[in-house]
Design a protein around this ligand. Structure first.
Ligand SMILES: [Zn+2]
Length: 310
């Protein structure tokens, strides 16, 4: 079967001419750079069409720089759209979208806060409705690889849990379940972001040793990391070492949320954590390879020669 360039449903949007296409579904601007920045930069550099779908603008994020502390709500969301655009420039990704358009779903805030009850927040979104919007993007882009969080959203933030639910449901809807199957797209491989516990332990041990030389006062702990699992759950390891600078630049672009001192960074809690440039995944849909994969597209028939190679 020959892979044809996918048509774009977006008026004026660029049709994807790449044979290999990946999509990432994230909750807030900055999650993509922290979790997948090296992966995104690497695949974009290799000619893969990389599509980021972000579900909210992160309007309830805590702002780090004092000079930007006046930003909150819609003004912060607007500012973070600019940060996201700058981060995507750093990663070489030009297809990034807000689910349902900017402001369709707002940040739900941390679990247990009254913000979670805001009818416009992503946590309150109807999963099928939001997944329908995402399924449209999946059918347009036709990614062979989709990356999102596990069922706990990696660490329990309501928007991350909801992003997981919406992404997994959208994969079903896009494949044609309950819809027009003729236009469907069955995503061959779905991954969740992971962090192998031994890798995290080694990195935090190094951080303890190096903390005195860093501009950060305290180190975080493994409990601060999303998606930590034992090695057996990790199916795939993407070496993005060559894209460390791009990942760090993308994280720096999210200046309201992140302060970077390579190879470490802090969020608003001011607890230092490692900046990983090898990123880990668990394949949850698709054929597993023997041994650990080093490529998210491993085993995918991309119609070689039809796309970015030409
Ligand atoms: Zn987030």
């Amino acid at each position: 079967m020959t892979e044809l360039p996918s048509p774009s449903l977006r008026p004026g949007g660029p049709p994807s001419r790449s044979a290999r296409r990946m999509m990432l579904v994230h909750a807030h601007p900055d999650d993509e750079s922290i979790n997948n920045g090296a992966t995104m930069a690497r695949y974009a550099a290799e000619g893969v069409h990389v599509t980021l779908v972000t579900c909210t603008l992160g309007e309830r994020g805590e702002v780090i720089p004092p000079e930007l502390a006046h930003l909150s709500g819609a003004a912060l969301g607007q500012h973070r759209m600019g940060e996201l655009a700058e981060a995507m420039r750093a990663l070489g990704v030009d297809d990034f979208r807000l689910l349902g358009g900017a402001g369709r779903y707002s940040d739900s805030g941390m679990m247990g806060l009254p913000d979670n009850d805001d009818p416009g927040c992503f946590w309150q979104a109807d999963v099928d409705q939001a997944a329908g919007l995402l399924a449209e993007v999946i059918r347009e882009v036709r990614p062979q690889v989709l990356v999102t969080y596990d069922e706990r959203g990696g660490y329990g933030h309501p928007d991350h849990i909801q992003a997981h639910r919406v992404a997994m449901r959208a994969v079903e809807l896009a494949a044609g379940a309950g819809a027009d199957e003729a236009d469907g797209w069955d995503v061959p491989k779905v991954y969740w972001n992971r962090m192998p516990r031994p890798v995290a332990e080694a990195a935090f041990a190094r951080l303890e040793d190096e903390l005195s030389g860093l501009p950060f006062d305290k180190a975080g702990s493994i409990g601060d990391l999303p998606g930590v699992v034992s090695e057996v759950h990790v199916t795939t390891e993407v070496d993005g070492t060559a894209y460390a600078a791009a990942k760090a630049a993308a994280m720096r672009a999210h200046a309201t949320q992140i302060t970077v001192a390579e190879p470490y960074f802090v969020l608003s809690n001011a607890l230092a954590q490692p900046l990983f440039t090898t990123e880990y995944y668990e394949l949850v849909r698709g054929e597993r390879s023997v041994g650990r994969e080093s490529d998210l597209f491993a085993g995918v028939d991309t119609g070689v020669g039809a796309g970015e190679a030409s």
